[in-house]
Design a binder for this molecule. Sequence first.
Ligand SMILES: NC(=O)c1ccc[n+]([C@@H]2O[C@H](COP(=O)([O-])OP(=O)(O)OC[C@H]3O[C@@H](n4cnc5c(N)ncnc54)[C@H](OP(=O)(O)O)[C@@H]3O)[C@@H](O)[C@H]2O)c1
Length: 292
Amino acid sequence: MSGLPILVTGATGRLGRLIVERLTATGQPVRVFTRRPDAARKLFGSAVEIAAGDYADGASLAAACGGIGHLLLLSPISAALAVDQIAVADAAVAAGIRRIVKISGSNWTIEPPGNSISGDAHAAVEHHLGTLSIEHVSLRPNAWMQVSLANTIAQALAGHPVLEINPDAGIGYIDARDIAGVAVHQLLAGEVAGKTLNLTGPQVVTPRQVAALLSTALRRPVAIGERASAAAAPDADVEHRAVAQFATLIAAGRAATTTDAVAALLGRAPRGVEAFISEYLAAEAALAGQDP
Ligand SMILES: NC(=O)c1ccc[n+]([C@@H]2O[C@H](COP(=O)([O-])OP(=O)(O)OC[C@H]3O[C@@H](n4cnc5c(N)ncnc54)[C@H](OP(=O)(O)O)[C@@H]3O)[C@@H](O)[C@H]2O)c1
């Protein structure tokens, strides 16, 4: 790594902040791109440089990319995902940035094409990166524990049953901290490990198994049941339509995969679901001042 700052987009979000924390802990200079400089300063203090801007504002992108070595490319699911990320990538190339590490969609949303609006948008960005004369890698993480699994745990804590379209369709959940670990590894490594990396946790678990784990951990039965598959309303926004498509693909077993990519790159097993549930419940209990 050159010692030039790394530009992190999406830095104030769920994954981006984990990446920034890990990068700054290595002593690496970091610049974050945000529409909300005050929120970024609150999150990261003086550990980072802040570049205020918006993906839709080319001048702010050009300014943010000046003097940068590598770029972490992340934006939320939206109708603008492909346009925004391609604009960032082009600004990076124009500024002479040498490497892009992209947070892409889950592999099963991208391949085969045509099943997921967000997967197709990520695929368009990946294709664009392939046309640029710049080193790049797209990380395709499976479903994150901090999103859907955390939501399931919260439901159980509130006394609700676990309801899924297919309670026996497994998911190779990944802990977002491991995605952040791989992203940092690929930003700092001498070279990237491939064009696309499919990242998963260590095992596939079904909602039925999650309910059993929660029953043990909470020392009370957590019921498991089926819910009807619900297509998003025709006028729903892209994010809601994308989430409805994820549920259908997961119910068909498409997320039931594991790879050894995290272990191969980080030299240790990825974090598992049981550990995540224990940590989550311990944190909730600590907040409530009780034993887990
Ligand atoms: N959750 C999953 O299971 C999963 C699985 C695979 C892939 N993914 C991918 O992960 C990504 C979402 O990551 P996340 O959940 O960490 O995102 P997030 O929490 O929604 O954060 C979005 C970030 O994007 C920034 N942003 C949004 N619009 C912007 C704009 N117009 N200009 C500049 N910055 C903008 C926001 O920064 P400011 O508000 O500070 O400007 C914020 O930091 C998506 O691409 C999704 O496809 C998620």
